[in-house]
Design a protein around this ligand. Structure first.
Ligand SMILES: NC(=O)c1ccc[n+]([C@@H]2O[C@H](COP(=O)([O-])OP(=O)(O)OC[C@H]3O[C@@H](n4cnc5c(N)ncnc54)[C@H](OP(=O)(O)O)[C@@H]3O)[C@@H](O)[C@H]2O)c1
Length: 271
């Protein structure tokens, strides 16, 4: 599995399994299948309500803890210093792990200074309960603010990113500041399958639109976390590394941006 290096020298697998919408037994089955197929990076969040289901899959798997990369996220209402520490402890218990590989602020909260949340997250890092710290759904101004307070701490910003939502300015800003972007909804929640350019390119090169979209992101050093719930989809999405990315596909996919934001952040200054 290809990995990207974070500014602290730690590595993050370029592809992970998104688990939003997966719950209970289905979630456990899908995560187990993913681990068997070779996934090592699992993305979850308090909000998804599936930590215990994921824990069951992790506990039943033979994969060693140190081979796994587990990301979870603190909800925006839990970002006050004390509450964040309390939530993080609960999430670790639910996931039945001793540390997060990556802990993110899920959504910014304008009523709680980011400095306060990051102070708590810094402590979690120092005491070994979070290996890496990051944010999610942060615009350029919000990311700038977070970096002003904690330039070394903030390593990742997880945002919506796919060929029809190509956030170039945010990507440039992140790179300049040594922050890795993780693309959520990398398949545009399934819309890539209706995109005629991706369908034509897929037919030409015997790839699915999902594979082209994921490879397009990985070529840009963006981590992708597609959600899938069947073995066939899991397998298809994992097969995005060992083939050449056609030059004309890369060129055509640069032109697909439609500012097609599927998840409304509820604030106006995104990119
Ligand atoms: N930080 C945030 O605020 C935030 C927000 C949204 C999402 N996320 C994260 O990002 C992850 C992915 O985003 P997402 O779930 O919104 O959407 P997505 O990954 O863009 O798309 C998922 C959809 O694509 C389908 N699919 C996946 N692989 C396929 C394949 N190879 N062929 C055909 N269909 C395929 C899935 O169907 P099946 O289920 O039938 O396989 C599902 O309907 C989430 O699960 C979550 O972990 C984070």
């Amino acid at each position: 599995m290809k990995q990207f290096e974070l500014k602290n020298g730690n590595k993050i697998p370029a592809l992970g399994l998104g688990t939003s919408g997966l719950r209970g037994e289905e979630c456990t089955t899908v995560v187990k299948q993913a681990l068997e197929l070779g996934y090592r990076h699992i993305d979850t969040a308090d909000m998804y309500g599936n930590h215990r289901a994921i824990a069951e899959a992790l506990n039943e798997s033979d994969v060693e803890r140190n081979e796994l990369f587990i990301t979870s996220k603190i909800q925006s209402q839990d970002l006050e210093y004390k509450q964040l520490l309390k939530s993080a402890a609960r999430l670790l218990t639910e996931l039945d792990i001793k540390y997060f590989d990556l802990l993110l602020i899920h959504w910014p909260n304008p009523d709680i200074p980011v400095e306060e949340s990051l102070k708590a997250m810094q402590e979690l890092k120092e005491d070994g309960r979070a290996i890496n710290i990051g944010v999610s759904n942060f615009t350029i101004p919000l990311l700038k603010e977070a970096l002003e307070h904690h330039p070394d701490l903030v390593t990742v910003n997880q945002v919506e990113f796919h060929p029809t939502l190509y956030q170039k300015n945010l990507l440039d800003f992140a790179f300049k500041n040594d922050v890795i972007l993780t693309a959520y909804s990398p398949l545009a929640q399934g819309e890539v399958f209706n995109n005629s350019v991706l369908k034509d390119l897929g037919e030409k090169y015997d790839k699915t639109p999902a594979q082209l979209a994921l490879r397009w992101l990985i070529e840009k050093d963006i981590v992708a976390i597609p959600k899938a719930s069947s073995k066939a989809h899991l397998k298809n999405n994992l097969d995005v590394f060992d083939w050449n990315f056609p030059v004309d596909a890369a060129r055509e996919m640069e032109l697909l941006d439609q500012n097609n934001r599927l998840i409304d952040p509820g604030y106006p200054d995104f990119d």
